[in-house]
Ligand binder design. Sequence first.
Ligand SMILES: *Cc1c(COP(=O)(O)O)cnc(C)c1O
Length: 440
Amino acid sequence: MDDVRRGVPRTDSLLADPRLVAAAARLGRPTVKAAVLAAQQRVRGGTLPAAAVADSVLESLPVTATTLRAVLNATGVILHTNLGRAPLSAAARQALVVASGYVDVEYDRDTGRRARRGRGALSALRAAAPAAQDALVVTNGAAALVLAATALGAGREIVISRGELVEIGDGFRLPDLLTSTGARLREVGTTNRTTLADYSSALGPDTGFVCKVHPANFRMQGFTAAVPTAQLVGLGLPVVVDIGSGLLAPDVSLPAEPDAAGALAAGAALVTASGDKLLGGPQAGLVLGQQGYVDQLRRHPLARALRVDKLTLAALEATLRGPQPPVRAAVVADPAGLARRAEALAEALRRGGAECAVVPSEGVVGGGGAPGVLLPGWAVALPAEAARALRLGSPPVIGRVERDRLLLDLRCVPPEEDAAVRDAVLAVVLAAAPAPTSGS
Ligand SMILES: *Cc1c(COP(=O)(O)O)cnc(C)c1O
């Protein structure tokens, strides 16, 4: 009654507005109804005219049914874990759409019978890593290592160097991951130096395997020693190498980064890696290696719990078979090209009245890859105060604050989005400080 007197439009008549019906079909009725109730409340509070309710609801609705927002990564950090690590290639994005409906992921259309799940992705993986006799895909790199530790080490000892007991981020530590499987760690050597004799004197009837972990997120310099995979293989026990980054073959631009081909050629029984680091694909854990060991992991009950979905398989296959993924383009981005794009952006911003400068900026691989490798490039520097508004803008632009300046490094921004960065910055900077009236 009160609402009618104050002219608050009724919920059911608002929800019958064709524009809101369409929105409900896209976003779900509860989301639209919640927005309607909020708008009605504003009418009651006197902050919204009754006639504007439907428009206001439409404006307040999200674009999609997910709260995840696509952002432009102008941090210069290629594998930014907080921003979802590797952005997928157009081919992989398209594959995701194909796989999102009914799809023959585990079905042979010829015979009408069950087929090997993910056979397309697995054959692409074997083709990309010919040194592997077989391959397996699980949910992430940590899962690949846990599966290997469970299948080959549970109830036994895993021999590992003290220099490789790594924390991978967010408080998760590989030694804890390994022992969570019921395996015991037999730590050998010291933080900075481990020798072949350290390993050989630790081997015994209880040894399940020798584990070699790439310290992917830090670098040790000075009085150090580590044992190459080939020498560990000579000890006569299976060697599992966690390379982390997912490079399948050596990369000339990242010479210190280990790759699967190298570890397999050295005789590793298994190599484990992430799909969404330098490989540039979806989150996944890759297991590559000798037939018998891959079979042992595949048949372990835990493998079923770590199985990947059809979306991952589709995106992984398209990453492996398709064109160069964005991660690769960002690693090899030419500094002169980055300078030209930064100059063009700065010039457009200045024309629009924003104060800025082009400054050198060092990009990094990030996400636990290529520690210490600095990728020379350029950034547009803005006042640090703009950072939050840009993060909250549309599209959101995430920069890097360094020495009280906000740096926008275009290394990880697709060139076709440069204009979107420009518009987002102009909207924010000019809203905060209107352009001077005379152009001096
Ligand atoms: C990143 C990394 C992991 C963890 O892989 P996720 O895919 O993030 O689970 C394990 N080991 C190493 C050496 C890594 O670099």
